[in-house]
Write a protein that binds this ligand. Sequence first.
Ligand SMILES: *Cc1c(COP(=O)(O)O)cnc(C)c1O
Length: 380
Amino acid sequence: MFNEIIEFVKAQFPGKKFIPLHEPKFIGNEKKYLNDCIDSTFVSSAGEYVTRFEKMMCELTGAKHAVAIVNGTNALHIGLLVSGVKPQEEVITQALTFVATGNAISYCDAIPIFIDVDKSTLGMSPEALIEFLEQNAFVATDGYAYNKNSNKRVAACVPMHTFGFPCDIARLAEICKKWNIALVEDAAESLGSYYKGKHTGTFGKLGVFSFNGNKTITCGGGGALVTNDEEIAKRVKHLTTQAKVQHKWEFNHDQIGYNYRMPNLNAALACAQLEQLRNFVENKRQLAQKYQDFFEGRSITHIKESNNAKSNYWLNAVLLKNKEERNQFLEATNANGVMTRPVWELLNRLSMFEDCQTDGLENSKWLSDRLVNIPSSVRV
Ligand SMILES: *Cc1c(COP(=O)(O)O)cnc(C)c1O
C-alpha cells in the first residue's frame, strides 16, 4: 500500500540499505578541531572552543549573549531557574513536545500545565494560551499572574518549535508580556529556523538549543542558552560552573551550583558543525521541497512551514488519515528499511504528568494519532 512512498524515500538516499530518521554528518573540520583539543590537553570545561562556540551562537542567532551548556535539557532547567521559577509554581507548556521540556520544569520543583498546539505550526497555540489565561488566571496586586484553581503563580511559559517549524512566537511573546509571564523558548529543535527573519530562541527572556546526536547539528551532547540580558547571561554562567566565585586560587561558592558547563571537546565539535549549519539547512530544505512535491495530490499530507516562518526542516513530518492508517504506515516503512516514528506521546498521558492541568488539547490529540516523522538526514 505504501510501496510508492518507500521507493521514493529510498531514491533520496541512494546506496543505503537502511535509512535512519536522522543521522549526523561529520564532513568539515570536526577531526581537526578535536585533534587540536587533544593536542592542547584542554578537553574539559575550560578551553578556547567553548568561548568560540558561544561567539558563533551569538553571531548566528543575533542574541547578545550565549552560554554553552552540557545539553539542552539542563539548559532549559537553568533557563527556568534564572527566569524566576520557584518550587510549587506553575509553568505553561505544550502537551505535544519531547519529555525533556516537562522534565526541566519538574527539576525546578515546578508544575507543568499542558495546553494545545496549532495544527499549522505544531507549536503552542496563541489562541489556546489566551483562552487558558482568561479562563484560569488573574493578575494579583504583586503584578504577577496566578492560577485561580491552584492559587499558584504562573511563573513561565515554554513554547517549543516542533521539528524545527517556528511556532507563532511573536504573538506568544505579546501575550506573555501582557500577563507578565516569563517566556522561555524551547528552541532545541530549531537551530537555523527563523520567524519573520528573526532567529528562533530570541523572542523571549531567553531561549535554549540542543546539539544532541539526532538534531540538525550535533556535538555528541550539548546545549546553549541565548539571551539579550547581560545579568541573566552572567547568572547562567555562574550557576552552570558550580557557582564558583572568581578568584586566583580560592574555592569559594556562593550558592548551590551545577556542573553544567559544556566541555571543550564537545565545543570543538560544535564549532565545526556550526560552520556547516547554513549548508545543512539548505540541503534539508531541498529534501523537504522534494517531499512536498511528492506528496502533493496524494492522500498523505506533508507538513509545510507557515507563512512567516523559515524552518530548518530538522524532521520532515507527514499526516496520515487516522490512527489505523498511521500504524499501517509505521509497520510498512519500518519493515522495509525506512525508519519512521510517530510523534511523542502527549506529556499529559505520561504517568508522572497525568495529574497536571490541561486545556482540551483537541489539536494535540488529533495530531498525536496522525503525525509521523520520515527520514530527514542531510544528503551528501
Ligand atoms: C532534544 C530536545 C531537548 C533536550 O535536548 P538534549 O540536548 O537532548 O538534552 C529538549 N526539548 C526538545 C523539544 C528537544 O527536542
